[in-house]
Ligand binder design. Structure first.
Ligand SMILES: Nc1ncnc2c1ncn2[C@@H]1O[C@H](COP(=O)(O)OP(=O)(O)OP(=O)(O)O)[C@@H](O)[C@H]1O
Length: 276
């Protein structure tokens, strides 16, 4: 199912000093939507508006034709939001929660399978309050993914996860969910898992749509101590440089061991455009 986000001149501020979202206008229709942007760019705020937890100060917003803050019940029966600060039943053991979620969804075998796929069973005898940050994060992701009838909406789902947990969550999303919305500031998360992207910068929409496919612009991965001069640098992210250059040059630099690798520019190119 496609998700349709339609926003017109949406403004939102938490207080008189900060305008968290400024004149957000966009129309996105896609199955897997990524919202990216630097810290404080407004990703969580925008997601909260999409789920009807917040109401725009000005402008209008529609998600699948629904006005989120007015149609919250319908929004929450269509979408399963999970934010980092989501409340969890702290006194319960993880295995009790898995069982309860199984009963509530009416599909205990699917829920048990999901818990296994996400790696929850390795800490099933712990109480929720005793979980590490990564374990808690897996649990709130599990909550959002447990009801297959709803579309997961995940705010920064990978922040505390180690590489193994990351792989498990990414695999579950890719293999079992046709549609979802997620926010992240990690370009690779978004490129791997989404097909349409919204880029926010200081509360404004900088770009939205399908990721551009540039033939001559690359993200070049540099070994930590290497000094390599690349032509037409658009942005320097330390160990990743975005540049417009011939592929032959990158091939020869790789043979010399001066660069680790390269790929066609994706989200970092959009970030580079923001910095220009
Ligand atoms: N509860 C709040 N009260 C006041 N200001 C807030 C509140 N929550 C967020 N803000 C401000 O609103 C702006 C957008 O914050 P938001 O959390 O939406 O950004 P974000 O892109 O999700 O950031 P991050 O990547 O760091 O999670 C920031 O300037 C932030 O300081």
């Amino acid at each position: 199912m496609k998700i349709n986000i339609n926003a017109k001149k949406v403004n939102f501020s938490y207080d008189s000093k900060t305008l968290a979202l400024k004149d957000i206008t966009l129309n996105v229709k896609a199955k897997r939507i990524g919202i990216v942007g630097q810290n404080g760019s407004g990703k969580t705020t925008f997601l909260s508006l999409l789920m009807g937890f917040l109401k725009p100060d000005k402008g209008s917003i529609k998600v699948n034709g629904l006005i989120p803050h007015k149609d919250r019940e319908k929004i929450l029966s269509t979408f399963a939001p999970a934010f980092e600060k989501s409340r969890l039943p702290y006194g319960m053991k993880v295995r009790e929660l898995i069982q309860l979620v199984g009963e509530l969804t009416g599909d205990p075998s699917n829920v048990e399978e999901l818990a296994k796929d996400l790696g929850l069973l390795s800490f099933k005898d712990k109480k929720v309050y005793a979980l590490s940050s990564g374990q808690s994060q897996l649990l709130w992701i599990f909550n959002a993914l447990s009801d297959r009838k709803r579309i997961p909406v995940l705010d920064e789902p990978f922040v505390h996860l180690d590489i193994h947990a990351y792989k498990r969550v990414a695999r579950v999303l890719r293999d079992h969910f046709e549609s979802y919305i997620l926010t992240s500031h990690i370009p690779e998360d978004v490129e791997l898992l989404t097909d349409s992207v919204i880029v926010l910068e200081e509360g404004e929409v900088q770009w939205y749509g399908k990721l551009p496919q540039s033939d001559s612009t690359y993200e070049v991965f540099i070994p930590s101590k290497a000094r390599v001069k690349l032509p037409n640098v658009l942005a320097d992210f330390g160990n990743v440089i975005v540049c417009k250059c011939p592929r032959d040059l990158l091939e020869s630099l790789m043979k010399e061991g001066l660069i680790i690798g390269y790929k066609r520019a994706g989200v970092r190119l959009l970030y580079a455009k923001i910095r220009d």
